[in-house]
Design a protein around this ligand. Structure first.
Ligand SMILES: NC(=O)c1ccc[n+]([C@@H]2O[C@H](COP(=O)([O-])OP(=O)(O)OC[C@H]3O[C@@H](n4cnc5c(N)ncnc54)[C@H](OP(=O)(O)O)[C@@H]3O)[C@@H](O)[C@H]2O)c1
Length: 238
């Protein structure tokens, strides 16, 4: 299924996996619309992508905001959501408020986005959400992300039936070198990346482009729905 001229909306398209995904869809000659909270990230991303890209602000934790966003976008073909913030910490110590905030973002944000997008999609459309390998194989201190990622995958299975013939899938990345880790100082970040790379069958952690091509595949392949595609360098087996 060609993506030439198709309109693709990427919530989270200003950074990391989402920005690489915007690049990958542009390479397929799709028309790309990106959304995120920060106006400066939006204008930086539009410049970095070097092509005509529509960009609108939204905070996907708020349903009204998301509805307003899609009102501006209008009809489109494929929806990708990569936005989402998590929370890490031992189950006994992590404040419940932080767990709820993470659900507000990564679970409810994706839920709101799908809900508000439906009127603007068509029968040949696809929706691709994002979970993460911790949904299936959490390390210690990842119970919140284990729960959120599993919930996103469960939501996708329900939506696959409720929204058919629109196709619905999930991409589940392993560790990816993105600005998500910008809050860590250099040494522990490099230590984490090297430690994980050493455990993986592929011997390295992912770059955003490794994950981006999966969203393109799922938009193009008209026979794939109800699937979780793990792009984890073999983490699940290591
Ligand atoms: N990187 C990894 O190792 C990894 C591994 C497994 C799963 N994942 C998942 O992959 C997804 C993308 O991660 P990433 O590494 O690409 O993260 P990232 O570089 O931090 O990018 C996150 C994007 O989401 C946007 N965003 C965050 N909160 C938002 C909100 N409330 N409303 C609208 N936009 C929002 C951010 O822009 P603004 O700040 O402008 O809103 C940014 O564009 C996340 O769901 C993450 O959990 C990542």
């Amino acid at each position: 299924m060609s993506l030439q001229g198709k309109r693709v909306v990427i919530i989270g398209g200003t950074s990391g996996i989402g920005m690489a995904t915007a690049q990958a869809f542009l390479a397929e000659h799709a028309k790309v619309v990106i959304g995120s909270r920060s106006s400066s990230k939006l204008s930086d991303a539009v410049q970095a992508l070097h092509q005509h890209v529509e960009a609108y602000e939204l905070d996907f934790r708020h349903l009204d905001d998301v509805a307003n966003f899609f009102g501006k976008v209008g009809a489109f073909d494929h929806l990708v959501v990569t936005a989402g913030e998590g929370a890490m910490g031992d189950f006994r110590e992590l404040p419940i408020a932080e767990v709820r905030n993470a659900f507000e973002s990564k679970f409810w944000g994706q839920y709101h986005t799908v809900r508000a997008a439906i009127p603007y999609l068509n029968e040949a459309s696809s929706i691709t959400l994002t979970s993460g390998v911790y949904g299936k194989k959490p390390p210690k201190a990842a119970s919140t992300l284990a729960a959120i990622n599993s919930a996103v995958e469960g939501l996708m299975r329900g939506l696959t039936l409720d929204l058919a013939p629109i196709r619905v899938n999930v991409v589940s990345p392993g560790l990816v070198d993105t600005p998500l880790y910008a809050g860590m100082t250099e040494e522990p970040r490099t230590g984490l990346f090297n430690h994980v790379a050493g455990q993986l069958p592929v011997g390295r952690i992912a770059q955003p482009s490794d994950i981006a091509s999966t969203y393109v595949y799922l938009a193009k392949n008209g026979f794939t729905t109800g699937s979780v595609i793990m792009v984890d360098g073999g983490a699940i087996l290591s």
